[in-house]
Write a protein of this length. Structure first.
Length: 561
């Protein structure tokens, strides 16, 4: 009777245990000290693909490799010996042949006086797949699927650390890709980028690392480049990719390339290698399409000179005593009344003397110093021009400044601090800068215009495409590029472009200023075409503040007291 009662109790316990295990959504096993599976639930059977009887009857060593069995035995032995819970993560094979990532939690329990290990598996495969996807996105370009700049940086660091050979980095820009994108739309542009990426990847060798570093820029890391001659050969090989046509919406399209290449030498880290390649690319892009430039001793000397000049410019900007603002007047049709001035920065280096803006402005733009420099110029100029409320003040605004967060608020704050009306300020921007603005920049420009600031398109007319863009641009004035003014008397094209600009501007109600006017013949031509504002050496060179004040006092009778 007692045995019967005990058997009934055991059966009831087993039924209760099985009921509880079946209610659990996670796979569960009960394993004894001899590493035998005592019980499993339906969730485990679904994961592993066999029924309960199989797992209860089959020794563990039958389906575990020796390495897995050794780890399993050690982990279960640890739980049995210490009584402490153990949590591990492992990869197992599912019954469908797929790989599953699971977290295994083990706890020692007593059941009917017998110690067992309760093992619960949590399938985290979706989590690990999502993490892998995130890692992939962090290191790959979404459009082309190529590794991105972050991945390239790691590959460069790895190649340099390997030390088996000196890597070479080639940075490739698609020549005038923006024109293709503008002409055919983003969809065609994206298709061309993917096609070029596919072609570039198809030429890579096993040790090469291909990446898209942004926009229309790609990179190739040649992990083992024996010498500069080999790097040059790589550049020429890749230039050929631009000569091969791509299918476009209205016929074949050829993508010209510009390539900058740097070959790693002693003491060159990943950042320095990238900087050298970028600098070589900058030089290559100054040439026509399908050109490359290697970073060599001459470029190294130029880089050193630029860095020295950048450091000096930082000091000059901090001190403020080497920089000055000059003012070039803008006059009316008669050439006697001043209607505005353009503020131009000048730098008087204590050792090197006067440094031309063409030498330091590109350095300021590349380093980001153009942002504080431009605001310094506006602050100085506004302090002077607040005395001349009838005269406009023009300052240049570079693309780097346009992209600076909060630039609109800072410029308006400078005007407010100096007491200058926003309606007096003209911001001169290039056509390419205005056409490439994003929504955020457009909103900032909109806030400036709402406050009364005028937007002026500088160096206008340098391409016929400019004329088609003019009606799309929210500008108040255009400045005809001085190259067309200079060729006015000897070039029919220059005359045609100036007449077209003036005609379209007048029909749109946009003012026009001709810059670079140096003789009366040019002035007469421009006046006959309908241009009524001029800037150039015929009227005045850029003047330091004291001379500019004297000029204004002489030519403008409406100067405020």
């Amino acid at each position: 009777m007692q045995q019967g009662s005990g058997g009934d109790a055991d059966a009831a316990r087993d039924t209760c245990l099985r009921t509880m295990l079946e209610a659990l959504p996670s796979p569960v096993l009960l394993i004894d000290r001899a590493n035998r599976i005592v019980e499993v639930n339906a969730a485990f059977c679904a994961l592993a693909g066999k029924d309960r009887d199989y797992w209860r009857a089959t020794p563990i060593e039958a389906y575990l490799s020796p390495e897995q069995l050794a780890r399993f035995t050690a982990e279960h032995g640890q739980v049995f010996a210490t009584g402490e819970d153990l949590e591990t993560e492992e990869v197992i094979g599912g019954h469908d042949g797929g790989i599953r990532h699971v977290v295994t939690r083990r706890r020692r329990i007593m059941l009917g006086g017998e110690p067992l290990v309760l093992t619960i598996l949590t399938d985290i495969t979706p989590l690990r797949q999502a993490e892998a996807r995130i890692r992939h996105l962090a290191y790959h370009d979404a459009l082309t699927g190529l590794p991105n700049r972050a991945a390239l940086t790691e590959r460069i660091a790895g190649a340099l650390a390997n030390g088996s050979g000196a890597p070479a980095l080639l940075i490739i820009d698609l020549y005038q890709f923006k024109d293709i994108n503008d002409a055919f739309g983003d969809g065609v542009g994206d298709a061309l980028l993917r096609a070029f990426a596919y072609r570039l990847a198809g030429t890579a060798r096993g040790s090469d690392a291909i990446s898209r570093t942004g926009g229309d820029s790609f990179a190739v890391l040649v992990a083992d480049c024996p010498d500069a001659g080999h790097a040059e050969a790589e550049c020429r090989r890749l230039l050929a990719l631009g000569d091969m046509p791509f299918a476009g919406p209205s016929g074949d399209v050829r993508l010209g390339l510009s390539i900058g290449c740097a070959w790693a030498g002693p003491g060159v880290d990943a950042d320095e290698l990238h900087r050298r390649a970028e600098f070589a690319l900058y030089e290559a892009k100054r040439q026509p399409a399908n050109e490359f430039r290697l970073f060599d001793a001459a470029l190294a000397a130029e880089v050193h000179a630029r860095r020295t000049l950048e450091a000096d410019l930082r000091k000059a900007l901090a001190a403020g005593d080497q920089l000055d603002v000059f003012y070039q007047p803008v006059v009316d049709a008669g050439g006697h009344r001043v209607v505005g001035v353009e503020a131009l920065v000048r730098w008087h280096h204590p050792q090197r003397g006067t440094i031309p803006p063409a030498s330091f402005i590109p350095i300021a733009e590349a380093s980001g110093l153009i942002v504080p420099l431009g605001e310094w110029v506006l602050d100085r100029a506004a302090a002077m021009m607040v005395r001349y409320p009838h005269i406009s003040l023009a300052v240049n605004l570079s693309p780097i400044q346009l992209r600076s967060p909060g630039i609109d608020a800072r410029l308006l704050a400078i005007l407010a601090r100096r007491g200058m009306r926003p309606q007096q300020l003209q911001l001169e921007v290039t056509e390419s800068a205005v056409l490439s603005v994003d929504a955020g920049i457009e909103q900032g420009l909109g806030r400036l215009r709402e406050a009364g600031v005028q937007l002026v398109l500088d160096d206008f007319g340098t391409g016929y495409s400019s004329l088609s863009h003019l009606h799309k641009l929210a500008v108040d004035r255009v400045k005809i590029d001085q190259s067309f003014v200079r060729d006015l008397g000897r070039s029919q094209d220059a005359r045609a472009i100036i007449q077209a600009v003036l005609g379209i501007s007048q029909s749109l109600g946009i003012g026009v200023t001709a810059e670079g006017v140096e003789d009366e013949t040019q002035q007469l031509f421009l006046r006959s075409f309908g241009c009524h504002e001029f800037q150039g050496y015929l009227f005045s060179r850029p003047l330091p503040a004291a001379e500019a004040v004297a000029f204004l006092e002489t030519h403008d009778t409406r100067v405020a007291a």
